[in-house]
Ligand binder design. Structure first.
Ligand code: NAD
Length: 442
């Protein structure tokens, strides 16, 4: 494999960040970026804006802000756009979502009001429990893809952008397992022309983006960029892709806590996770089909970290149960409980309880920003296909065939940092840390 990196194209001109879905996550992202630009907020939680990275040997005592190390698009050069079935502009969406506090929101109101959604490609068999009027009319799914492609081109042109990235921030679709139509570009395109019921709206958006050579990240557990046909298309069109599902509340906690337990060789026999949330996402997930998609993306994390193949004595009886309850009074203020039944020396049983009172979209917004800016960097660096180095942000990271996903948050960070060093032509760090004092030299 050629691991040589050519010249990274500079981050010149404006970058369009386009999001299918302009609900809680998107409006929180936009309000935040505008507030940061105005100096009324800090980019807390964002590696691209605040993150630092060590460079060289520890003895060199050298580090850099990530944004000074690699050429990232600056916040002043971002233009936001998107699609939704509701006609609410970004300000109205933020008011309804009730995530961003009114003091901040009022100061970015004028800019947010100007960001209005394009009409969506929507299919109520894939997302139940919501209805809106802002939908495209088309005869075939191929025609829908062409309309989206025209939207993308027009947005870039009308807003003076020189490139775009897309991050899926729309609702979770019902579980849609990979079928024959998803296997090759040919079968998929035939399916688009023949209106295959197995092709979901998120797959149509992804197809349209890839055909326009626009880098794409899937922020939900939908099966879209995950299908072989679209991964093949990403290679053919030389486009960077990533997914799936933003790693925010409970799964973030799992990928912090579980690796620690495993590193200390503590056994785990049960992990019961339950959530209550009352936002629109929760309402959609109240449908069993959409919940099934989420259950799968949330479920694989623990089984991977606490591997029963690797440690049958510790994890072969692990019982992992996940519940999400729609509870309107909480809105976006999710509460995630974890009860973890562990055992240690002599098989003695112990328990850990985690009660995370989190704000879902507050955790998601910096993830979307970082994914957008990093995947744009990948694209400018000529990387194509799955960008596994962005797994840090994702609940169910996709990988190339035959490669096991890494779910441990610390290992994901190491990979992300080393990829940035690779981009910057800096020495990769293996944390071996041996010096000449440690070894008897002959
Ligand atoms: N909030 C989090 O912390 C978090 C974490 C992980 C993943 N996610 C995922 O991110 C996505 C967005 O979450 P949210 O809280 O903003 O949800 P939300 O319900 O507030 O917003 C989603 C928006 O997508 C729109 N939509 C649905 N189908 C569409 C389509 N085909 N085209 C265009 N728009 C469409 C809906 O009308 C809605 O306004 C969900 O899939 C969610 O599962 C969110």
């Amino acid at each position: 494999m050629n691991m040589k990196l050519g010249k990274i194209q500079p981050a010149e001109g404006k970058l369009a960040i386009l999001t299918p879905g302009m609900g809680a996550v998107t409006s929180t992202l936009i309000a935040g970026v505008l507030a940061i630009q105005k100096g009324i907020a800090k980019p807390i939680g964002s590696l691209t804006q605040m993150g630092k990275i060590r460079l060289g040997k520890r003895s060199e005592n050298r580090s850099s802000l990530i944004k000074d190390l690699v050429p990232l698009t600056s916040l002043d050069n971002i233009v936001f756009g998107g699609w939704d079935i509701y006609t609410d502009n970004a300000y109205e969406a933020a008011v309804k979502a009730q995530v961003v506090n009114r003091y901040v929101l009022e100061q970015v109101k004028d800019e947010m009001k100007k960001i209005t959604p394009m009409s969506a490609v929507f299919d109520e068999t894939y997302v139940k429990n919501i209805q809106g009027e802002n939908k495209k009319k088309y005869k075939t799914k191929m025609e829908a893809a062409e309309m989206l492609r025209a939207d993308m081109r027009n947005f870039i042109k009308n807003n003076g952008c020189n490139r775009a990235v897309i991050v899926w921030c729309a609702s979770t679709e019902v579980y849609n397992p990979i079928a024959a139509v998803h296997q090759t570009i040919k079968s998929f395109e035939e399916g688009l022309r023949n209106n295959s019921p197995l092709i979901s709206p998120s797959q149509i958006y992804t197809y349209a983006a890839l055909k326009e050579r626009i880098a794409y990240v899937n922020g939900s557990p939908n099966v879209s960029v995950e299908i072989p046909a679209l991964q093949e298309l990403a290679h053919e069109m030389a486009v960077a892709i990533g997914g799936s599902d933003f790693k925010t509340g409970q799964t973030l906690m799992k990928t912090i806590v579980a690796p620690g337990l495993k590193n200390r060789l503590l056994g785990v026999e049960g992990w019961f996770s339950t959530n209550i949330l009352g936002n629109r996402d929760g309402e959609v997930l109240n449908d069993p089909g959409s919940f099934k998609s989420k259950e799968i993306s949330k479920g694989s994390v623990l089984e991977d970290i606490l591997s029963k193949e690797e440690h049958p004595d510790l994890y072969s009886n692990l019982y992992h149960k996940i519940r999400i309850e729609y509870y309107p009074p909480r809105g976006d203020n999710k509460e995630g409980w974890d009860n973890i039944d562990i055992f240690g020396w002599l098989g003695e049983k112990m328990q850990i309880k985690i009660d995370f009172l989190c704000k879902d979209s507050i955790l998601a917004a910096p993830i979307v920003l970082d994914l957008a800016l990093f995947i744009d960097l990948s694209q400018r660096a000529g990387m194509r296909g799955i960008q596994e180095w962005l797994s840090f942000y994702l609940k169910a990271p996709i990988t190339n065939p035959g490669i096991k996903a890494v779910n441990d948050l610390s290992l994901q960070l190491l990979k992300l940092e080393n990829t940035l060093r690779f981009f910057a032509k800096e020495e990769l760090i293996n944390h071996l840390g041996l010096t000449h004092y440690d070894i008897d030299e002959e």
